[in-house]
Write a protein that binds this ligand. Structure first.
Ligand SMILES: NC(=O)c1ccc[n+]([C@@H]2O[C@H](COP(=O)([O-])OP(=O)(O)OC[C@H]3O[C@@H](n4cnc5c(N)ncnc54)[C@H](OP(=O)(O)O)[C@@H]3O)[C@@H](O)[C@H]2O)c1
Length: 333
């Protein structure tokens, strides 16, 4: 069993721990929360062995091997740094880091701690359905582009409309639509088509000065990929990858519960892959396999591929932000 410590006690950590239980490969031991009341309440709910309200003590004395970081985005870097310095493996929520400078510093630190592994919780790319989509796209003769849509109204936008700045829409915490939901289609595009030659992001800005929704265009050698994402509206559009006469249609790049391939005669083929009720099960299985055998060659190859993808996504998110003039305070630290 891999011993798990957690940072951040919002609903996504609940879902993560439920998925961890399903895989039967993880044991929650340690909780960090900023307040004693929350730490105690969360420990009781998930039967943790210990809790801390001091982050240094959490890392110095916690009995865990792996930390899951689910704090607001701009805090991932400092927690991951501390984890690596204390030789703990890291699962960091998406988007892993705020800019390429942070990413490079973490990468250098990992080189100085070669036994530590760091993975980004980009849950959708670890699902069997994503693997099926990737295989199908690879078998299409000629790709002519894609449109990837993920737009879901956030209840936290109600708070913005009431004049507040929740973390997810705050520049201070490196929030906004691109970082929060846009990261899913960005991941999908890079995983399916590689890094684009050039990109541009057209955001719709909101009162907090963050982006609430937007459209990004990624230009490749022979085609364009359009990303349509946001948190201030709901979209019911499906996502598509265009071949010549053939097309792949999927529900949305983040949830990805179904995908259909229309062949060149427009015959429908449903892609067959199991879909877990809890969409984090796939990543927790993958990460358990890696962290239980961190030096196994097959696991190491997968790790290196995930890490590279993570670095490419980090760089692309930053370039997209720059194209739209969106700056975070973390960029100047
Ligand atoms: N994979 C997914 O499907 C998915 C879904 C949602 C979110 N996420 C990611 O998970 C991360 C957390 O997102 P969220 O919406 O849950 O964030 P959030 O509600 O703003 O904060 C998450 C937790 O961090 C702690 N926290 C809040 N504000 C803080 C502050 N100012 N300083 C230090 N700690 C603070 C809180 O835990 P304590 O009160 O216990 O300290 C809180 O429960 C983000 O990176 C997000 O992108 C991923």
């Amino acid at each position: 069993m891999l011993k798990l410590g957690i940072i951040g006690t919002n609903w996504i950590t609940d879902q993560f721990l439920e998925a961890a239980n399903i895989t039967k490969q993880w044991q929650l031991t340690t909780i960090y929360s900023r307040t004693k009341q929350r730490a105690q309440e969360y420990s009781e709910k998930f039967h943790a062995q210990e809790f801390f309200t001091d982050i240094d003590e959490f890392f110095n004395s916690g009995v865990f091997d792996v930390v899951y970081i689910a704090s607001p985005n701009s805090l991932h870097y400092q927690y991951a740094r501390q984890a690596i310095e204390n030789d703990k493996h890291v699962i960091v929520e998406k988007p892993a880091f705020t800019n390429p400078d942070e990413f490079a510093q973490i990468e250098a630190l990992l080189q100085a701690h070669p036994q530590v592994r760091l993975v980004e919780a980009a849950r959708h790319i670890h699902t069997p359905m994503f693997a099926a989509v990737k295989k199908q796209v690879a078998s299409m003769n000629q790709i002519q582009g894609a449109t990837l849509t993920y737009m879901k109204y956030s209840s936290r936008y109600d708070q913005v409309l009431a004049g507040k700045t929740p973390n997810v829409f705050s520049l201070e915490f490196a929030g906004g639509a691109l970082q929060d939901l846009g990261v899913y289609p960005v991941y999908t595009a890079v995983a399916l088509f590689g890094e684009p030659n050039s990109v541009v992001y057209f955001p719709t800005m909101i009162a907090t000065k963050a982006d609430g929704k937007g459209v990004a265009i990624l230009r490749y050698d022979d085609f364009e990929v359009t990303l349509n994402f946001g948190k201030t509206s709901n979209s019911h559009l499906e996502s598509e990858v265009y071949g010549l006469k053939d097309t792949l249609v999927m529900d949305n790049p983040a949830e990805l519960t179904k995908a259909v391939y229309y062949d060149e005669r427009q015959q429908k083929h449903h892609l067959e892959a199991p879909v877990a009720d809890n969409s984090m099960v796939g990543e927790l299985q993958d990460f358990a396999s890696l962290l239980a055998n961190p030096d196994d060659e097959e696991q190491l190859n997968k790790y290196q591929a995930w890490f590279k993808l993570s670095r490419q996504v980090n760089s692309l998110l930053y370039t997209l932000r720059q194209s739209a003039g969106i700056e975070f305070p973390a960029d100047n630290r």
